[in-house]
Design a protein around this ligand. Structure first.
Ligand code: FAD
Length: 403
């Protein structure tokens, strides 16, 4: 498409990556972000091999590797020490090196922003978008900078403002709900006494379907490039989050439960002084019938938020960026962009949304017997080479459909 004036709302994974790819095509890009600057917010996330491929396409993989921690496999054990989850990227049987990256969300955005800085664009930070109006030929973005209200006209707008977006057109939203389970997380230095966690693995411990702890090495952060970090996740129903944050929460009891389940975590858990050191994370499940109409497109979590059970959020956001950039390059009008983007991404997104909805209750629910079914079925599936490979394909973020 000929040079377009495009607003991208949200400077998260989807927004930053898309801004770089479209800016390089020569479009006039404006990134509008409500935060005043990119600060160190968010948890450690797992980027899967398909997302790593997009980083390579953008040209920032080496830089990202300096921050992230290489991940080769995902393992999960029951309280009794039985391996339930065993997904290795080596099961993809590829001759080239295939890996994921554990990375702090701040580092991911820092590197993406650094790459974007080399591309001509405008950035309006500290600007909260309230609404977008569109006509046949343009889109008008209304936003607030402190108390002042502004309006600006663009050829098109890409909505990349995350899972709780109020900007995505409601007429296209088929389903939008908060998951009943979330997590408490914290990030701590990966010290020498945590050697069993300093591996290229995401590790988890389960007890039934209602108890789950996860540990992911996430490399260093922009503020301290010398200290490798570890992200810890404790799963819980969102209804229990206020209790966690209320005065009188039994922190000692929780610490003892976690160390009983996973003794190697003792050095991290023992050092926690207050429940407020762990921060809550909640998730949404959003289904839209299309991800674009008229002069408005939707990308990343705003378009298709899902449970983090398969670790695909940032991954899918990067794949969206690559797909929408290709669609813009190959199209002459915006309707054709939305069609191409939908054709490229809908198979994969529908697969991951269904899979997440199916798997999440096996790991995060109080359904009687769910953990038992999981503990019986998953170890058998690891023994079947075809299933083992499908599981690796799924986690790697490469599936387009069931078979
Ligand atoms: C605890 C936790 C663990 C996770 N684990 C994983 C994992 O293992 N693997 C994985 O791939 N993903 C994981 N995720 C999810 C991942 O972080 C997101 O899915 C991913 O970053 C998608 O990015 P996005 O750009 O779509 O949205 P976001 O990163 O949410 O960015 C949206 C941006 O829009 C801005 N914004 C919002 N509203 C407005 C507005 N009105 N005007 C202007 N700006 C606005 C926000 O400030 C933000 O900067 C995890 C998330 C959490 C919380």
């Amino acid at each position: 498409m000929k040079n377009q004036r495009i607003a991208i709302i949200g400077a998260g994974t989807a927004g930053l990556a898309t801004a770089t790819l479209l800016g390089r095509q020569g479009h006039d890009i404006t990134v509008i972000e409500r935060a005043k600057s990119l600060t160190a917010v968010g948890a450690g996330i797992l980027l899967q091999p398909s997302g790593v491929g997009v980083l390579s396409e953008i040209g920032c993989l080496e830089q990202m590797q300096q921050f992230g921690h290489r991940i080769d496999a995902l393992y999960g054990w029951t309280r009794s020490g039985r391996v339930i989850m065993q997904v290795e990227y080596a099961h993809l049987n590829e001759s080239r090196d295939v890996f994921g990256l554990g990375i702090h969300r701040a580092s991911l955005c820092h590197v993406l922003d650094h790459v974007l800085a080399a591309v001509s664009h405008q950035r309006w930070f500290g600007c909260e978008v309230d609404s977008i109006q569109q006509s046949a030929k343009e889109a008008v973005v209304s936003f607030r900078r402190e108390t002042e209200v502004h309006q600006e006209v663009f050829d098109a707008v890409l909505i990349a403002n995350g899972s709780a977006s109020q900007l995505r057109p409601q007429s296209l939203v088929r389903y939008d709900r908060q998951y009943p389970w979330g997590a408490m997380w914290l990030i701590r230095p990966l010290t020498d006494n945590l050697s069993s966690l300093n591996k290229p693995h995401l590790q988890q411990r389960y007890d039934g379907s209602s108890i789950m702890v996860g540990a992911l090495p996430t490399g260093c952060t922009p503020g301290d490039t010398a200290t490798p970090m570890l992200s810890l996740f404790w799963s819980l129903p969102i209804a229990a989050i206020p209790q966690w944050q209320a005065e009188g929460f039994d922190l000692a009891g929780w610490k003892s439960d976690v160390v009983n389940l996973w003794p190697e975590l003792h050095p991290v858990i023992n050092a926690i002084q207050s429940p407020s050191e762990l921060l809550p994370a909640t998730y949404r499940d959003v289904i839209m019938s299309r991800w674009g109409e008229g002069r408005m497109g939707i990308i990343g979590d705003a378009a298709h938020a899902m449970s983090p059970q398969l670790g695909q959020g940032a991954n899918m956001a990067l794949l969206d960026a690559s797909a929408i950039a290709r669609a813009v390059e190959e199209s002459n009008d915006w309707e054709s962009v939305w069609q191409k983007y939908y054709a490229a991404r809908s198979g994969s997104i529908r697969f991951y949304q269904k899979m997440s909805r199916f798997l999440t209750p096996l790991f995060q629910s109080k359904i009687v017997g769910a953990g038992l079914v999981r503990d019986m079925a998953l170890p058998v599936s690891h023994k079947l080479p075809w299933v083992r490979r499908q599981m690796a394909e799924t986690v790697a973020g490469r599936k387009q459909k069931w078979i």
